[in-house]
Design a protein around this ligand. Structure first.
Ligand code: FMN
Length: 200
């Protein structure tokens, strides 16, 4: 396969009750597109048969959720629980995975939700991709406009005031999600190239 022209298939599956996490999913989409991937965004609450076929054939899945009651939202967990048969069959084995979460509080126990996403990916025998950014906003020279301003490593973490409009997501969080999308596209391309090389 000529890898120069190869576009990995990346799908973002997210749950957003009020549109804030959906805006972040769009930034992951933009980043993955910039990274050369063929990208689709799917709402976990509205999966069609065609959507299930698409996730089953994707090279990478990026999971996203609003944080509700200290964990991924029920809408995301409902999607996750529908994948039990795929989990047993290993349908998603060795796909790339990554995640992003968004909460109202600065911490909001986002790490707990990211852990849930990473464990979900591990149950599917996927390869989890970290955020790949140094923590921002942690020195006198730092600011809330730094990439990874909230200092996550496992995935992207965003904070949105509970009374904010979905158009008012913090720009640094949008850029951080964009970075995650780019990184997933790059890592997926590397993994596919590596598989080809080792097969040869
Ligand atoms: C039922 C519910 C539970 C929530 N629980 C948390 C929480 O545990 N921690 C937190 O920081 N924010 C919490 N929030 C705030 C949301 O995470 C926040 O408003 C987020 O931006 C919503 O994203 P969405 O519009 O994509 O659903 C909660 C909101 C709702 C509606």
């Amino acid at each position: 396969m000529p890898l120069n022209g190869f576009s990995p298939r990346v799908i973002i599956v997210y749950h957003s009750g009020f549109g804030h996490t959906a805006a972040l999913a769009q930034s992951v989409f933009d980043g993955a597109r910039e990274g050369g991937a063929e990208v689709t965004v799917i709402s976990a609450a509205d999966m069609t048969d065609a959507d299930w076929d698409a996730v089953d054939s994707a090279d990478a899945l990026v999971f996203g959720s609003a944080v509700y009651m200290g964990n991924v939202a029920a809408g995301f967990q409902s999607f996750a629980e529908k994948t039990g048969a795929r989990c047993m069959a290993g349908t998603w084995r060795d796909k790339v995975a990554a995640g992003f979460v968004n909460s109202g509080a600065k911490s909001g126990d986002k790490l707990h939700a990211l852990n849930s996403l990473a464990i979900f990916a591990a149950q599917h025998h996927m390869h989890w991709v970290s955020l790949g950014l140094t923590a921002g906003w942690m020195s006198a020279g730092g600011s809330e406009h730094d990439l990874n301003r909230l200092g996550f490593w496992l995935g992207a973490g965003a904070q949105t005031d509970v009374d904010a409009d979905p158009d008012d997501i913090h720009p640094a969080d949008l850029r951080t999600c964009r970075h995650l999308g780019q990184r997933v596209a790059t890592v997926t391309r590397q993994l596919v190239a590596g598989r080809l090389a080792t097969t040869i």
